[in-house]
Design a protein around this ligand. Structure first.
Ligand SMILES: [Zn+2]
Length: 289
């Protein structure tokens, strides 16, 4: 072997070695790359798995508190017909079912019948009837125990002529007349013919009104609480509490108030409060037996 051959041999060997090393290096690089990719894949999978496991962000929805039903209240407002002012207008602004009782024979009786009907409330006739104490006013309409049946019948019919929107009747005063079975029977017969109802205002403990109506087959109900015998705001509030208590205890309670400033103010505040507490307000016509 000469020197050139040896050199050539070394060069060839070096080239092979370099090639080998290069190849190994490339393989190593590929391996690293592959491992990196695998790592990346694993990390992505892990991330996905974590995302799937972690709870979804909760939507913040305010749950409306379910109000438990407390009872049903029927509100009757007596003595419409005397006035046509801010107070009577105020009652026509309620958004609650209310039953409004109009006295016949007064300056605004017919007008109130129309206005109340237009405003979407229930109308009844607030029939003036004889009381044990001195009875005065509404001479053409008042029901007296001294009147014969035909006079009573004609007065009841005239009242419905003046307020044709009325679907029922309750008594204005009448502590004497509602204790009289004959008088209540004469009234009840007209109501039966006209399919009107009678709400007993209960101005006397000895009333036979509700009982007589039931016997005749006239739909009827009774007043439970008077709201404003005292016009003091605190007293009216206490009476509203009484009414709510009775509705809760008995399922249904009917309260009677009057077209008066303080009654309006108290009811404006208390009706929405009671509704929020779970009390329902209904027309008297849906609370009859
Ligand atoms: Zn009255």
């Amino acid at each position: 072997m000469n020197k050139i051959d040896i050199k050539l041999g070394i060069i060839v060997a070096l080239i092979f070695l370099a090639g080998f090393l290069l190849n190994t290096l490339q393989e190593k690089n590929q391996e690293i790359k592959r491992l990196n990719l695998e790592n990346e894949q694993l990390l992505t999978e892990l991330d996905d798995a974590l995302k799937a496991k972690s709870p979804k962000p909760k939507k913040i929805v305010k749950k409306r508190k379910k109000i438990a039903y407390q009872g049903t209240i029927g509100l009757v407002i007596d003595d419409f017909g005397y006035r046509n002012d801010a107070v009577s207008d105020g009652f026509l602004d309620f958004k609650t079912p209310m039953t409004y009782a109009v006295i016949p024979g007064h300056r605004y009786s017919s007008l109130m019948g129309e206005e109340i009907k237009k405003a979407g409330f229930e109308i009844i006739i607030h029939m003036p009837m004889e009381s044990h104490i001195k009875t005065k006013g509404e001479e053409d309409f008042i029901i007296m125990t001294s009147q014969p049946d035909d006079e009573i019948i004609s007065r009841i019919k005239n009242a419905f002529k003046q307020i044709p929107q009325a679907i029922g009747m309750n008594n204005h005063q009448g502590s004497k007349a509602t204790e009289d079975r004959r008088v209540m029977t004469a009234i009840g017969n007209v109501l039966k013919d006209k399919t009107k109802y009678f709400l007993d205002s209960r101005t006397t403990k000895n009333t036979v009104a509700e009982e007589t109506m039931s016997l005749l087959g006239v739909s009827t109900a009774r007043r439970k609480v008077f709201l404003d015998n005292s016009e003091n705001i605190n007293d009216i509030n206490n009476q509203v509490d009484e009414l709510a208590k009775s509705a809760k205890k008995n399922g249904v309670a009917i309260g009677i108030g009057h077209v008066k400033k303080n009654t309006l103010a108290v009811l404006k505040k208390r009706i929405p409060e009671l509704q929020k507490k779970g009390y329902k307000f209904r027309f008297v016509s849906s609370l009859l037996h």
